[in-house]
Design a protein. Sequence first.
Length: 255
Amino acid sequence: MMYKNIFDTHAHYDDERFSEDLEELLSSFPQNGVTGVISCGVNAESSEKNIALSEKYPFIYAAAGYHGLNTEDLTEDYLDILTGLIKSKKTVAVGEIGLDYHYEKETRDIQLKIFKRQIELANEYGLPVIVHDREAHMDTLEILKELKPRGVVHCFTGSVEMAREIVKLGMYIGLGGAVTFKNAVKPVEVAKFVPGDRLLLETDAPYMTPVPFRGKRCTSLHIPYTAQKIAEARSTDVQNILDISCKNAKELFNI
Ligand code: NI
């Protein structure tokens, strides 16, 4: 089955798991229906790599930011560095930023601080944010309510109630491979609930590979499997899900 309008709003093509065949892989995207990819940084170095990719491939866009798990990479001038990175022509968002209490609860205070600072910077430059929230739903929601950025909560793992709050703020919900996992109850409920104009598709490649490819490396070419599951939940077809999420991505990221 050939699809079109595949827009992956969250991938990490700077990851070393792509180093061997990156050029071959990315070059195959247009003929396979991939029209856009946002490759997200998690610190200064990876943001720079993604910006370089975005300059090489017309369908790749970059997001620059410091992930909550990379607080040890912070230098005193991290905000100045980020300001430079977001001025690149193809940087369309500040991300991936946010809170991760699953792996690093002990760095909570510094995570909160750099998350807020980066949202403020995004607001100042009129850019959307790409938000990571792992086991930090309450703090994430509180900060989003306070600072009101445009943007997306990626790989959304919250409840329908939280999704409703995010949508009320005018933000988008990013859904990826997790909706296809066995025992995925909440993500499927959220997939049913999200208003059509607030849904984004993503991979988090090389991670979060959808069924039936779990255990293998994830790429943007796997998006239709996630779209299939969402289409089933919403009683529509795969191409429709790809079309609306592509349109939403272009609107949010001003592409
Ligand atoms: Ni990610």
